[in-house]
Every structure is written in structure tokens, then in C-alpha cells.
Design a binder for this molecule. Structure first.
Ligand code: ADP
Length: 766
């Protein structure tokens, strides 16, 4: 296999120690300083159009000596008509465009009257010069363009109607053969290891088939691949040509060799030409195939005799190569479509099965068929720490534990169809696991692995893949030359599995993603359940404690009261006082337990939300506190502007009672004042401000804790220290928050916010 742009300049002379295929890769094929002689190349400056360089064959083609032509204006060679047409064509060509066809020169357009044939003129620019290529048309019969367009249209329609990828490429090869008349046309695909495979062909009857043959990567070295991806089409009419050198060899403007990578007449590597001749090929045409922006392969046309393809047909072929490139991305083999579908459905079923289990790994184990089917594997393993679950054909546990240690060095997803090459410890179990696809399990580590068995492959190489080039040693130097033998080499490849397709890797990725979500959901459910249990335990503990504590308390209270009655007036005062104390403590304890119960029930509270006028709620709270307000001689001010909000009015009543009662209670000011108001900022913020004793800043947070009091048990009329904790809980249940501002000795202001649920709802709906 080859393209006409393979390796080197003339057989690269290299020392024998140095003979390596890399030498081919370093060849500078774009600077041959020579062209194929079926045309003439002129290098001109712009806009003057003075000839700077020309190919040495100008004398043969135009009977003009290069030395005479160099330094002349182009009009020395071409008619005014031709120069006018050329100049208007040049205006349309960009600086980096590949060569473009500008016009056809008839022999009347060529001044040295020796010209006997017509020329097609192509132009492009490189290295700040204009490169004109005049390709001799020879005696090729003129092409009927309208029938050519019809042919191309038919080709495209046929390509579109193919059912499988194999059909598609075979049709492409047939079409190109029909258009060009080459004996042998094959579609050559680059494989991952850069070797090539003939995946389809169309040959003249009686020719040996190349289909299925593999060609070593060195047959199309890197420089040739680069050229292939730059130019869609290349043509070598006669591999046995004598190159026509450029005169002078260096670009006079830059002093360096001229880059001819876009020139259609560029002289190809002699090594490559010999390669063709060794294969019995005299002329070639190569059409690049590009898939998703990358060089995918090419269509190669070979002929045993010299063969010139005129530019109209080359253009038709080029359009076809574009169409093949475009269509191949959307063409999927019918078999492949059903495989894609199978992988997708199996992955979906597997994910569903995992989601249906309380612990997702159970779903993996119970859906063995889908677990294997989603990536088309024969074995799978789940490794979490030292625990391993095996399904289908797998290595043993010990082998897997070592493999898992090696895998920790790799990415989230690891895929290979030749594990023993990358991990030599896999040789002993290559029958089960030459192919490996791994996804990492979430936190805590672990892997999900799929295995594909070894598939011993018989590869038919076209020639010895180890010695794709030959060397003839002479006097300590080696000449690198193309091989002469194309005997089929049968190679048996071990330690490889079937390659994983992208849709299998995609299915594995989906399963891994699902596992991550399920794992997160499971962790959340587990922590919620734990929280629920904690809450329930706490509630039942509080309830039992409160209930059980009240029982003896009631007894103590009853007995103390009875004792008090029985003692009558005869008992001494100190005994009475002690009994009084017991009764007071009992009541106090009772109060504390009630507060505790109230607080613990709040946890369960569902708010009874309704539209409530908060002004009304405040007024009712003040009614309930009327006695205390009067007793304390407190001046209460209620500011206007209380809104109607969605809230639980009974709970809000409780909030205001607590805050106002505290404002009244913790106040020693002779002129007690309490102000109750509301502002919108941007949510509703309610406040109760007093001019009482104030609260030191270090307690601004802790006073909201249950049973937190800042004073002696009976100071300021006594209190359990539960009021503010209940207020805070109610406010937070409504989605609000509570805070305070206070200066000891001057007073306190308690603020709490409430969201406007109606407003939020309206915003959510809009
Ligand atoms: P209590 O039943 O003791 O009033 P609260 O939870 O309502 O319980 O209040 C906790 C503590 O915060 C009170 O003991 C008091 O020391 C302090 N406190 C509450 N409100 C005020 C206020 N308006 N001014 C000064 N101190 C206050």
C-alpha cells in the first residue's frame, strides 16, 4: 500500500546503525525542488508577474531555455488574453488556498510557437510567491461536463441507498473506478495502531483481491499522512517519470526550498515511486477521506500502465470523496444500529434494576444478563475493598485484587482491548480478560470491571510488517529502499480481544453515572433514616420523661397539700414554710415539664397556614396580656402597617405574647415603654422594642436555647427559660429568622422576619 507521497527524497542515505522507519517519518516531502514532467511550474512575484523560478522542462514544453525565461515578465510566455484571464482569476484566490484551476491555455496563447498542446493552468500562493502550474492536457479526449455531473449525481444517490458500511465503501470504490477507469480501486482505512486495512475494493476482473489485507503503519509515514489531510486529491500519472528540477532550486525571495505541498505537479518521493513499480503499479490517484475533521483513510486507485486523469474527472472524484467523507459519518451499519440499541436498552434495564433495589449493588448482581449485555462482555466483577463479586468468565479473585491495585493509577474509565500488553501480569488470564473496561465506583473506592476473552486474530499483512523497508548495505552505509516482496504474511495476534465500541464505553459511562447518583441517594436516605430515628427517639424520650416525671410529682403535690390541711393552725411556722416550699417547687417542676413537652411537640407541628391579619394577632395578644400590662404600668405603642400574611395565627399569637410579656417583665424603667411595629425590608420584619434592663451581647445567641435564663429562678416574676426557644422555633417553621439588638440598661428590641408566602407563590407561578 502507499500513496504517492510516501517517504523520502531519493533513497535516504543513512548509516547502518541508524536504519529505522522513523527516517521515513522525518522526510521533508513538501520540499522536493522538482516536479513531475507532465506540466510546467512557474514561480512569479506579484503584482509584477516576473518569473523567479521555473521547472527545467520549459525547454521541452515551450522550447524556451530556463535561463532566458527567468527574469522575464509572464507576457514573454503567454498572450495578453491569457494574462488578463489569469489576473481576474488570481483576484479570487486567497493566500492559503490550495491550487485552483484558472483557465485552459490553447496553443495560440503560448508565444514560443513550439507548443503543440493545450494546458490547464492552476495557481496558488506559498512563501510570498505565486506558483503557476501548467498541466499538459495531451491528447486526452475532451470531457463532456454535463454527463460528468449526471454521473456524480448518480454516484451520490447510490451511496445514499447502501445498507451497510461495507456496501457503502464498495459502492464508493466502484464509482471511482467507473469515473477514472483505473484497474484497481480500494478503500484504505487507518486503524488505531496506524496500520492500514483495505476495507473495500473494486478491481478489474481477474485481479487478486487485497480486501482484508493489513499494511504496516510505515507504508504511509507521518509526512504522507500530513499531506493527505491537507489535499483531497493527488495524482501520479507515471511512477517511472524523470523529475524536472526547479531552476534555481531555492526560492530567490527567501533563499530556502519552496514549499510545494499544495502543488499538483509536486515530485513525489522516489522511494515511494519504486514501491509502486515494485508492486507493478505505474499510475495512481489518491482521494483523502476525512471523518470528523480527522484523516480516516483514503481511496487509492492503481493502474499497471501510465494513466493520466484530466482535471474535470479529478474534480468529479474530489467531489465524490467529499460526499463519501460526509456520508460515512451518518452511515451506520444496520448490524451496528441493533448493537447500539441492545447496549442502550440493557444499560437502561440495569439502571432500573439497581434503582429498584434497596442497595444498588444487588441490582447489578441480580441483572447479570444486562450487566454483561450493556457492554457486550462475557464476564464482570465488582470489587469493593477486599470484597469481590464475580459474574461470568473472569480472572480469579487473587488476580483481580492485584489488577485493582494497578487500576488505582488510572482514570475514572479505563478501556483496553489488549490488557496483557499494558499489564503483563494479565498474560496468565488472557483467555478470559484480554479486553478490559473499568469504571470506578463512587466514594470509598472500588471498581466495576467487564472482561472480554482473548480473540486470537489472524492478520494477513501485505509483506513482512517487521521489515516493511529493505536495506542494502555497502561500505558501512545503508540505503533505505522499499521492499520488493509483497508476499502475504500471516500473523497470529495473541492477547487481544474484540475492540470495545464507543457505544459500549458510553453505556459503561451511563451505568457509572447512575451508580454515582444511586449511591448519593442511598447515602442520603440512610442519613435521613438515622435522623428520623434520632428524632423519634428524642421525642419518645422527652414524652416518657415528662410523663413519668409528672406522675411522682403529682403524688408529692397531693400529699403535701393534704399534710398542709391536716396540720391546720397548730403546726409551727417553719414546718409550714417547708411544706410551702415543697408545693412551690412541685408547681415549678410541673411548669418546666409542660414547657419541655410543648417544645418537643413543636418539632412535629404542621403549621395551620391561613391568611391572617397580623395587626389583629397583635391586638389579641395584648388583650391576653392586659392585666400584666396594667400591673406593670407599661405604655404600649402599636405602629400601623401590619400586613395580612399567610401564616399560622395561633402560633404567631404565641410569639407575640412571649415577646411582649418579656418586654414588660424585664423592665425596671420607671417610665416603661414598649413599641410593637413592622417594616418591609424586603421581607416583613416585625419587632418588639422595650426600654427595659437590656441583654449583654454575649447572650444574644444563647437566650434562644431552651431553659436558658439570665437571672435567678424567681427574679422578674420567674420564668422557665423556654419562651424564646419556642418563639424561635415557630418563626423558623414559617421560614423566617429571629435576632435582637440590645444595650444593657437601655433596652432591647427583638426582630423576626416572615417571608411573604403569597408573594413567593405568585413569583413562582409567573
Ligand atoms: P423566661 O421564661 O425566662 O422569660 P425566655 O426564653 O422568654 O424565658 O427568656 C430567656 C431569658 O432572656 C430570660 O430569662 C431573660 O433573662 C432574657 N430576656 C428575654 N427577653 C428579655 C427582654 N425583653 N429584656 C431583657 N431580657 C430578656
Amino acid at each position: 500500500m502507499n500513496t504517492q507521497d510516501t517517504p523520502s527524497r531519493a533513497e535516504a542515505v543513512i548509516t547502518s546503525q541508524n536504519v529505522s522507519l522513523n527516517n521515513c517519518d522525518r522526510e521533508q516531502v513538501q520540499f522536493p525542488a522538482a516536479i513531475q514532467p507532465h506540466g510546467v511550474l512557474l514561480v512569479l512575484n506579484e503584482p509584477e508577474l516576473i518569473v523567479l523560478q521555473c521547472s527545467a522542462n520549459v525547454d521541452a514544453q515551450f522550447a524556451t531555455e530556463p535561463d532566458v525565461l527567468i527574469g522575464q515578465h509572464l507576457s514573454y510566455l503567454l498572450s495578453d488574453r491569457a494574462i488578463d484571464a489569469l489576473q481576474s482569476g488570481l483576484a479570487k484566490i486567497g493566500m492559503d488556498s490550495p491550487h485552483e484551476h484558472l483557465l485552459r491555455l490553447h496553443h495560440s496563447d503560448i508565444k514560443p510557437l513550439s507548443a503543440t498542446q493545450a494546458y490547464e493552468v492552476f495557481a496558488h500562493r506559498r512563501d510570498s510567491v505565486l506558483i503557476l502550474e501548467l498541466e499538459a492536457v495531451g491528447n486526452y479526449p475532451s470531457v463532456d461536463l454535463s454527463s460528468l455531473y449526471g454521473d456524480v449525481r448518480r454516484c451520490v444517490a447510490q451511496l445514499q441507498s447502501t445498507r451497510s458500511i461495507e456496501d457503502f465503501f464498495t459502492t464508493a470504490a466502484q464509482q471511482v473506478r467507473q469515473l477514472t477507469g483505473f484497474d484497481r480501486v480500494h478503500v484504505y482505512q487507518f486503524l488505531e495502531d496506524k496500520s492500514g486495512l483495505v476495507c473495500a475494493e473494486s478491481n478489474r476482473d481477474g485481479l487478486k483481491s487485497y480486501k482484508g489485507l493489513r499494511f504496516p503503519a510505515s507504508d504511509v509515514p507521518e509526512p504522507a499522512r500530513r499531506l493527505l489531510s491537507r489535499l483531497w486529491i493527488r495524482h501520479l500519472p507515471d511512477a517511472a517519470y524523470q523529475p524536472a528540477p526547479l531552476i534555481p532550486p531555492l526560492n530567490p525571495l527567501t533563499g530556502t526550498p519552496l514549499d510545494l505541498s499544495h502543488a499538483l505537479l509536486r515530485s513525489t518521493s522516489p522511494l515511494c515511486n519504486r514501491f509502486y513499480l515494485n508492486m507493478g503499479v505505474h499510475s495512481t490517484l489518491t482521494l483523502s477521506l476525512i471523518k470528523d475533521g480527522e484523516l480516516w483513510g483514503f481511496i487509492a486507485c492503481h493502474h499497471p500502465q501510465p494513466k493520466f486523469v484530466p482535471h474535470e474527472i479529478r474534480e468529479a472524484c474530489e467531489s465524490l470523496a467529499h460526499m463519501v467523507s460526509l456520508l460515512m459519518s451518518s452511515k451506520n451499519d444496520a448490524d451496528e444500529i441493533s448493537e447500539i440499541l441492545e447496549a442502550k436498552t440493557a444499560a437502561e434495564r440495569l439502571i432500573e434494576a439497581m434503582a429498584g433495589e434497596d442497595i444498588y449493588p444487588l441490582g447489578l448482581v441480580r441483572s447479570e444478563q444486562d450487566l454483561l449485555g450493556c457492554v457486550d462482555a462475557l464476564g464482570a466483577a465488582i470489587i469493593v475493598g477486599e470484597a469481590i463479586t464475580l459474574l461470568g468468565r473472569t480472572p480469579n479473585e487473587e488476580q483481580l485484587l492485584s489488577l485493582a491495585r494497578w487500576l488505582t493509577l488510572h482514570d475514572e474509565i479505563f478501556v483496553t482491548d489488549r490488557l496483557p500488553e499494558q499489564y503483563p501480569a494479565a498474560y496468565p488470564f488472557k483467555e478470559h480478560a484480554s479486553g478490559l473496561l473499568v469504571v470506578r465506583l463512587p466514594e470509598g473506592g472500588g471498581f466495576l470491571l467487564w472482561f472480554r476473552p482473548e480473540q486470537v486474530q489472524e492478520v494477513r499483512w501485505a509483506g513482512d510488517p517487521v521489515k516493511p523497508v529493505e536495506t542494502d548495505t555497502a561500505s558501512g552505509l545503508a540505503r533505505l529502499g522499499p521492499r520488493r516482496s509483497f508476499e502475504i504474511w500471516q500473523e497470529t495476534v495473541h492477547g487481544h480481544s474484540r475492540a470495545w465500541k464507543s457505544y459500549h464505553v458510553e453505556a459503561a459511562r451511563k451505568v457509572a453515572q447512575a451508580i454515582r447518583s444511586l449511591d448519593r441517594a442511598e447515602r442520603l436516605t440512610r442519613s435521613n433514616q438515622a435522623l428520623l430515628l434520632d428524632n423519634e427517639e428524642l421525642e419518645s424520650f422527652t414524652y416518657t420523661a415528662a410523663h413519668d416525671l409528672k406522675e411522682p410529682l403529682r403524688g408529692i403535690g397531693r400529699y403535701s397539700e393534704r399534710l398542709m390541711q391536716n396540720l391546720g393552725n397548730i403546726s409551727p411556722d417553719d414546718e409550714r414554710m417547708r411544706l410551702d416550699a415543697i408545693l412551690r417547687l412541685t408547681r415549678r417542676m410541673d411548669g418546666l415539664i409542660d414547657s419541655l413537652l410543648n417544645y418537643s411537640r413543636l418539632g412535629k407541628t404542621q403549621l395551620a397556614l391561613q391568611c391572617a391579619d397580623l395587626g389583629q394577632v397583635v391586638r389579641e395578644a395584648l388583650d391576653s396580656l392586659q392585666l400584666r400590662v396594667e400591673e406593670g404600668q407599661v405604655a404600649i405603642t402599636v405602629k400601623p402597617g401590619f400586613p395580612v400574611l399567610i401564616c399560622d395565627p395561633i402560633r404567631m399569637h404565641e410569639v407575640f405574647i412571649n415577646l411582649i410579656a418579656n418586654a414588660v417583665k424585664y423592665n425596671e424603667n420607671p417610665n416603661k415603654q414598649v413599641e410593637i411595629g413592622v417594616v418591609k425590608d424586603p421581607e416583613w420584619v416585625f419587632y418588639v422594642r422595650d426600654n427595659g434592663i437590656g441583654i449583654p451581647p454575649e447572650f444574644h445567641d444563647s437566650i434562644f436555647s431552651i431553659f436558658k435564663r439570665l437571672h435567678g429562678r424567681d427574679a422578674y416574676g420567674g420564668g422557665t427559660g423556654a419562651g424564646l426557644s419556642i418563639v424561635k422555633k415557630v418563626v423558623e417553621l414559617h421560614g423566617g429568622r429571629i435576632w435582637l439588638e440590645s444595650v444593657p440598661g437601655k433596652g432591647s428590641a427583638f426582630f423576626f422576619s416572615l417571608p411573604d408566602l403569597a408573594e413567593d407563590l405568585a413569583a413562582g407561578l409567573s
